[in-house]
Structure formats: C-alpha cells, structure tokens
Write a protein that binds this ligand. Sequence first.
Ligand code: NAD
Ligand code: KPL
Length: 325
Amino acid sequence: MRHLPFSNAPADEPARVVAEPSAAGSWHVLGAGSLGTLWACRLARAGLPVHLLLRNAARLQAYREAGGLRLIEDGQASLHCLPATDVAADGPIARLLLACKAYDAQAAIASVAARLAPGAEVILLQNGMGSQQAVAEMLPQARCIYASSTEGAYRPADFQAVFAGQGFTWLGDAGPVGLAEPTALLADLERAGIAHQWTANVHSRLWRKLALNCAINPLTVLYGCRNGGLADHHDEVATLCAELARLLGACGQADAALGLHQEVQRVIQATAANYSSMYQDVEQGRRTEIDYLLGYACQAALERHCEVPHLQALQARLVRALNKP
Ligand code: NAD
Ligand code: KPL
C-alpha cells in the first residue's frame, strides 16, 4: 500500500554499504526504480550478492555518478554501492528480479533473455495482469515466479527510493503447480526482511489485487481525490465491485471474488489519506498501467461475454480523461 510521501530530504550523511562484486548465485536486478532499489538494497544489506542491470551505457554512467543506490527509510538514508553493468554485458543470470513497469517488461526481459541460465528463477513484480504472463511466455527455459506486492516505494530522484509503506508480497509459480518451493530464494527473502509468502495460487492473489485496483484507482483519478474521497461515491464503488466479482467468477476466480466489496471499503478506509498509484502516475505526468488493470479486465469480460457496462464506461471515461491535452 502506498502512503503519503513524507519529506524527501535524505538524512545527513547516508550510511555507506559497499558490496563485493557479484558471484555465481547472485541476484540480478533489472529495473533500478522504486521497487527494484527497495529490493536490491535490502538483499544487499543482508549480505547477499546483488548485481544491477542497467538499460545502457548512459544509465550505467549516471549510476556511477550517483555513487550507488540510496534507500531512505524513516527519514534515514543508506547508500549501497552495488556492482552494475549494462544489459549488454556477458555472463549467465541464475536469479533475476524484473522490477520495471508492466508496459516495459517485455522489452526489458528481451534484452537479457539470452543470458538466463536453464532453470533460472525470474521474479516478476509487475502490477496488474497481462505483462507477467507475456514475459513468462517469452521464457520457456526459466522458472517464472509471479509476485503480488502491497509494499510501497517511490523515487524522489534517480537511483533513490523512499520506503513509504510496509506491505506484503505473495509469490508463486507462473506455470502449473508441481515444482518444489524455491527454498533458497525464499530463504534469501527471509534473511533480507522482505515480508512474503509462497502460495500455490498466486493467480488468485493477482486477480484479487487487479479487482481492488480497478475499483479504486480509476475513480481517484476521475474525482481527483485521495483514496478516502471514494467514501463519497459509495454506490458507484459498490456497482463496480459487483461487476468485478461477476467477472472474476466468469474467469474461474470465484475465490478471489469473495467479500470483494467489503475489502475494497476496508482498503479505502485504511488508505484514506493516500493517493492511489494511478493518481500519482497521472499527477507526475507518467504513463499509467491502465492497459494491465482496467484494460485487462474489460478485455477479459469481452472474451467471456460477461456484461460489465459500468467497468466499460469507467474505462472510456478514464481514457478520455488521460488523453485530454
Ligand atoms: P519505477 O518506474 O520506479 O521503476 C522502473 C524502473 O525500470 C525505472 O528505473 C526504469 O528506468 C527501469 N526500466 C524500464 N525499462 C527498462 C529496461 N528496458 N532496462 C532496464 N531498466 C528499465 O517503477 P516501480 O514503482 O518500481 O514499479 C515497478 C512495478 O512494480 C510496476 O508494475 C508497479 O505497478 C509495481 N509495484 C510498484 C509499487 C511501488 O510502490 N512502487 C508497489 C507495488 C507494485
Ligand atoms: O494498490 C493500490 C494502489 O494505489 O495501486 C491501492 C492502495 C490498493 C489502491 O488501489
């Protein structure tokens, strides 16, 4: 869950953590933005080898000039001097965290796919649905792991992340269940203090989060309000939840629909002072992940002949609002 940004001012002098060059068994992190930095710094702090993969030589140079990654927690900054190369470098990758936005995921993974060792573990952190699935299809040689996270981080500047909201990350196999749990990977997360749980049904978690995001995020953009402002639009939220629950049922995800409206109301209350991630993207002039949220939901409904007129109207209103000059 995201929380209101607190002061962006980093603490006086950041604690400095110098990482050793990466060894076999390293974590590679592709996408050194908010969540990528949050994960990389916590893993490195726990003494685990972490290696950053940057998009190109210019980004690598910018990283060197920044002197490392800065993680800001409770107003305190720590500096993590992690080894980094650009994606064109050689060398096998055995464990990769893909931490870019949903709309960048396929291009990003294509730039390192040839380096993935057979059976490599690839954690996909993207929000919504559609992009993780598309990436998994591109990587038949890897063990793709879907993640659904409620942690919150934002980027006050390049190569910096503010840890803005404690949360939880569900992880599970993209492919058919049957593989043993990736115990070494989960042990690393435990050691790094990343709150998580392995689940045999991560798809249900992803659908549930998709539904929550569809019921809340677009309305916060359209009404220009914090999550708590949706208390004034109770009926509209209830109608959307009813359609989303029907859609989840039509998609074989009836469990993910249980108590949806109550949970949406609970999240609206619990995060009343926060701006949704979509609101923040729009506010900061960044592209939204709408295609992987409401867009995905409306397309799924169309394919299953499931009537969701309010969701469709919401999508049309949102697209109109986002395209306004
Ligand atoms: P972000 O924009 O802060 O970071 C993405 C990073 O990926 C950027 O540094 C970008 O330069 C990099 N990138 C993009 N294409 C690349 C490429 N081809 N090669 C190398 N790097 C590339 O995004 P974020 O907030 O960290 O979000 C990442 C994903 O996690 C999103 O899908 C988001 O919805 C999800 N998520 C974020 C949060 C959060 O609080 N930030 C919480 C839950 C889920
Ligand atoms: O996940 C969220 C987001 O803002 O993306 C919440 C807080 C649940 C609102 O949908």
